[in-house]
Design a protein around this ligand. Sequence first.
Ligand SMILES: Cc1cc2nc3c(=O)[nH]c(=O)nc-3n(C[C@H](O)[C@H](O)[C@H](O)COP(=O)(O)OP(=O)(O)OC[C@H]3O[C@@H](n4cnc5c(N)ncnc54)[C@H](O)[C@@H]3O)c2cc1C
Length: 456
Amino acid sequence: MSTKPIAIIGGGIAGLTAANFLRQKKIPFILFEAGDRIAGLAMSFKDKDGFSNDFGAHFITNRLAKAIGVENECKTVKYYGESVWIDGRSFGYPFGLVAIPRIPLSFLRNKLNFVDKHTPESIADLFRTRYGESLANEIALPLIEAWSGAPSDKLSPAIADSLPKSILKTLYLKMASKITRRAVSCGYNREKPELPSVWHVYPNGGVSRLCSKLAEGLDDSIRLQSPVQEIVVENEKVIAVVVKDQLIEVSAAISTAPANILSKMVKGTNALKGIANFRFRPMLFVNLRFHERNLLPDTVVWFPEQKFPFFRLTEVTRSMPWLAPEGKSIITVDIGCEKNDMYWNMGNEELINLCLENLKTIIPGAQKKFIGATVLKTPFAYPIFLNEYEKERREFERSTKIENLLSIGRNGEFAHRFMEDIYWRTREKVGELIKETASKGKNGNYTVVGSKQLVK
Ligand SMILES: Cc1cc2nc3c(=O)[nH]c(=O)nc-3n(C[C@H](O)[C@H](O)[C@H](O)COP(=O)(O)OP(=O)(O)OC[C@H]3O[C@@H](n4cnc5c(N)ncnc54)[C@H](O)[C@@H]3O)c2cc1C
């Protein structure tokens, strides 16, 4: 095995899982993180008034907590529920939707096979065939469009791969949740089975605890504020990375940077050219703090009607009351946008007022109960599966085409993945990488370039 370190690009859960795994195997690595702290999208915040929040992820599983070694530092989440808001009313998701007769009727009509079952060409096509016109046109497709910012007939049917497939399985898990009084995880796992014994937990100190645990003892190999500028490839192999204008020889690179950014970072090959056009959906998250609890009908409420600027509200304190002081709550508003569009460029105060104005019909007296808010923005919230680059996406799903370059994690894999899946996938992929590198012998065929100042 080469004594040159492996470069890990990014200190979110994917990069830290890779680092932790390499340390267990005693393989040298350097993890480069662009920001001034680790955790990435799994960052947690706590304010002076006792409100806590996480950037993206809130719901993790006891199985992940156990794998990382923080299961004894977690609280059990007892309840998790989702609803859909239509015509000023909420309906439990998915089973409450049977109360809108046209939805079960068009669903049943499809199931009874009255509708042509061709190979779907877009997510619009697939949802209409799978769920019936009513559920597809009124709920599923408007939500997909708000979430991705693209017309549903231009989106790949592969989006459905990350959704629960069996209604009976969903029913079984929801029943298990009721009986055990634990929020049994449903729709959060693809890599390992969804079981009644896998439920949501929350680490004391926030979701970022997963990352700080993974990073324990790795300080010597983590470099903060060190964005990787280039990944140098020679003869279709990674030989070095450029950080702070320094060329550092490496035996392999494991990137968690967004796939389209990776394509621009890699120099000396055209192998990743096809992924340069992959697009991500930027998102704004407005975290509103309120007096009173249980202001929404459920933990997560979906809004398919386009009259709202948001498509989802999450009252995280419905599931995890400890995130706010007694009698208070936090509601996160998700607004899909484009970089530099009207929402992206809005000032925080204007955005908060927009949210409060639109909450009036959902939470009576919202303005009076309002305490304060913070706004978070990310240009890389969700991968957009456009049909125009579906062929390249499928190829990239299989490999980067450079044998010692891995692209892992949510944005690295260009896939809508939750943290537990990222954890298992990363361990498996890094395991394969080191097996392959070892089987190719010491230093492989890498050219020795030596550490030197890069002349620009
Ligand atoms: C709104 C939202 C809600 C979510 N909810 C959940 C949930 O409830 N449960 C769940 O399990 N998951 C959830 N997720 C998903 C989860 O947050 C992510 O899957 C996970 O945090 C991604 O980790 P990552 O390491 O792949 O990427 P990231 O966390 O994005 O980390 C990548 C890191 O790489 C760094 N980086 C990028 N480029 C460079 C460079 N050139 N050089 C050095 N460093 C670089 C970045 O600064 C960043 O720190 C949610 C995601 C979103 C957006």
